[in-house]
Ligand binder design. Structure first.
Ligand code: NAD
Length: 363
């Protein structure tokens, strides 16, 4: 029996709905794969602001730190949009990532064959796309100082600082090369080295790290060209390595290749000192919250990543991915990925269909 402690942060909007489905899957995994989970639920995001006045209560962060993995659904909502920035749910997210030193954000963008028609990109361009975007998560312009808005010469100026140290680039580049080694052995590093000094350092350090990975091909693309290439010929990419801001934009662009944000999981890893965070890429989707419309697959696939990257269990990872593929092949769809002639399901029904398929197809 393998025991694991998982902190579950259901959050806001559709977060609690997709969390319920993830919990059902975890129950099945306990039964079928001989695990025992202690699932600890904590307030985070808007619900934490409502109860405790802050998006990331100390107790939540401490509990996360003591667990084997953190499973986060989604946070935020219009109710909190007018709060000062530091009191908004999103600052809780930055605090959680920083608190757990989760510097490497992994976002796979895989096009499932049966969803190839759901994307706005031509089928022949898209079919077979399988990209891993690796985004640096705790540095760059989102955290750089000085930052602020102040009055200079009688007008307001706003400023942020894109800053990276050599060691920050080394550790994220190593993650990218290690992952590429287990995939198709190609890393495309993104920068704007023709304009930005910080990008020149990024490029120089990535080249230095690449010398220890002679089996992996390294190429460099400027962020503007990368944004075009991702649409023009996504199959050219295997692992995309990017700093925080460029990675934020490119990973959302990559996600749209797959048809729906409701299909996309992510993992945020550190150096092992603290547990990793697993979460769907989507937000709290207030427009569909409470309506049984949310696609739970991104959350289920985030559970799959938790098994691969935190519990080193490829069997459970494969079984969840096969279950998702089979459910799609059978024509079951939530509204976000619905096409004519397919069977429309709600969040709960899709969660149950996935669990049923998981039980049948476990390998
Ligand atoms: P969103 O991802 O919540 O929604 C964008 C669109 O995608 C909406 O039309 C929504 O209905 C749809 N969508 C999202 N997830 C879906 C799912 N699982 N199934 C079906 N459709 C889905 O992004 P947004 O509208 O820009 O943000 C809403 C709130 O979420 C904001 O408060 C934002 O700050 C927050 N947010 C949180 C996270 C996070 O928790 N990590 C990430 C992004 C946004």
């Amino acid at each position: 029996m393998i025991s694991k402690k998982i902190t579950l942060l259901s959050g806001d909007g559709i977060g609690p709905e997709v969390s319920v489905e993830a919990e059902k899957l975890l129950k099945l995994i306990e039964k079928e794969f001989n695990y025992k989970f202690e699932i600890i639920k904590k307030d985070f995001g808007g619900c934490a602001i409502d109860k405790h006045g802050v998006p990331l209560p100390e107790d939540t962060l401490e509990t996360c730190k003591k667990s084997d993995a953190v499973l986060l659904a989604a946070i935020g909502g219009p109710k909190y949009d007018n709060l000062p920035r530091e009191k908004r749910p999103e600052s809780g997210l930055l605090g959680l990532r920083a608190g757990l030193q989760a510097f490497a954000n992994l976002r796979p963008a895989v096009v499932f064959d049966s969803l190839v028609d759901s994307s706005t990109i031509k089928k022949e361009v898209l079919a077979g796309t399988d990209i891993m975007v690796i985004r640096e998560l705790t540095g760059g312009v989102y955290f750089g100082k000085p930052r602020g808005i102040e009055v200079r010469n009688g007008e307001r100026v706003g400023f942020n600082n894109m800053i990276y140290s050599e060691s920050e680039v080394v550790r994220i580049a190593k993650v990218a090369f290690e992952i590429a080694r287990k995939r198709n052995k190609k890393v495309t590093s993104i920068d704007k080295a023709n304009v930005l000094d910080v990008s020149q350092l990024w490029r120089d350090v990535v080249v230095e790290v690449s010398k220890s990975y002679s089996d992996v091909t390294l190429e460099h693309l400027y962020i503007d060209n990368a944004a075009m290439q991702l649409i023009k010929n996504p199959k050219q990419f295997d692992v995309i390595l990017a700093e925080n801001l460029f990675g934020d934009i490119l990973s959302d662009e990559a996600s749209m290749l797959t048809g729906s944000i409701g299909m996309l999981p992510s993992a945020s890893l550190g150096d092992g000192t603290y547990p990793a965070i697993y979460e769907p890429v989507h937000g709290s989707a207030p427009d569909i919250a409470g309506k049984n419309l949310a696609n739970p697959m991104a959350m289920m696939l985030s559970v799959a990543m938790m098994f691969k990257y935190s519990f080193n269990d490829e069997k459970v990872y494969d079984a969840i991915n096969i279950a998702v593929k089979n459910v799609l092949d059978k024509g079951l769809r939530t509204k976000d990925i619905y096409q004519d002639g397919k069977m429309l399901l709600g969040t709960k029904e899709m969660g149950e269909a996935l669990c049923k398929e998981f039980s049948v197809c476990k390998v």
